[in-house]
Design a protein around this ligand. Structure first.
Ligand code: SAH
Length: 232
């Protein structure tokens, strides 16, 4: 998979992608992430990428030309499955979307800034708009990193134990069961005996029960949906 990120703050991505799982995924060539500095696609003086909003009001707007230049350049090199714009009024991001996106080959992710991008970018260049939640951040860089992380860890070979992503919360609409590690006892707090028993079948059963219990308590609407789906 290849992900091209378009941003006016390219350095913000250095730490996200330079460590841990996301770094290893790139080292192993399971994903290629290319960050593009929007300013390099500006034909204006001083590499300008934003301007005042027509009609007045506070806040700058990212102009269409540099964004169009960058996307046109990228599209000449390869076909893209989606051109995603990170936006608080986009479709709310969730695990199902991450699963779906992780199956694509080439993605462009556009990060907005200031007041956002010129509406004509959204009308003509963008194919999908994603929000990471009902709150407003100052730029699309953190949202883009969130989306990249969620889908890269699903790519085969990225996690050392490939089944690991499948047992995470929200796969199958279930929250993950509790996990423990050494020591088996800490200040009188004991790890449940079953997890120390070595009985894989019983451990699976226990985890299934705990996942259901946790979902019922913390996310009753997911639990109801699950019950409903099982009945169908
Ligand atoms: N004026 C816009 C917000 C702009 S915030 C509005 O009210 O909708 C600046 C940029 O940050 C946006 O263009 C977008 O790329 C990004 N951003 C902010 N909050 C976000 C969120 N919850 N999800 C995804 N992107 C977000």
């Amino acid at each position: 998979m290849r992900i091209d990120i378009i941003t006016c703050l390219p350095k913000m991505f250095d730490s996200f992608f330079g460590q841990s799982i996301l770094k290893r995924a790139q080292d192993k060539k399971l994903v290629e992430i290319v960050v593009h500095d929007l300013r390099e696609y500006s034909d204006y003086n001083h590499r300008q990428v934003d301007d005042y909003a027509y009609g007045g009001g506070a806040g700058m707007v990212l102009m269409i030309e540099p964004i169009d230049n960058c996307i046109t350049h990228l599209k000449k090199e390869r076909n893209y499955d989606e051109v995603i714009y990170m936006s608080p009024d986009g479709e709310r991001f969730n695990q199902k979307m991450a699963n779906r996106l992780s199956l694509h080959k080439n993605l462009i992710i556009l990060c907005g800034h200031y007041k956002g991008v010129d509406e004509r970018v959204r009308e003509t260049l963008v194919t999908q708009e994603i929000s990471i939640g009902d709150y407003v951040l100052s730029g699309g860089e953190i949202p883009a990193a969130v989306v990249c992380d969620a889908l890269i860890r699903l790519l085969p070979g990225v996690l050392s134990d490939e089944t690991s992503a499948l047992t995470d919360s929200f796969q199958d609409d279930l929250l993950a069961p509790p996990v423990y590690t050494r020591p088996a006892e800490f200040k009188g707090l004991k790890v449940p005996d079953i997890l120390l028993s070595g009985n894989d079948k019983e451990i699976d059963k226990w985890r299934g029960e705990k996942a259901l219990e946790r979902t019922k308590i913390r996310r009753p609407e997911l639990y109801d949906k699950l019950k409903h789906d099982l009945r169908d």
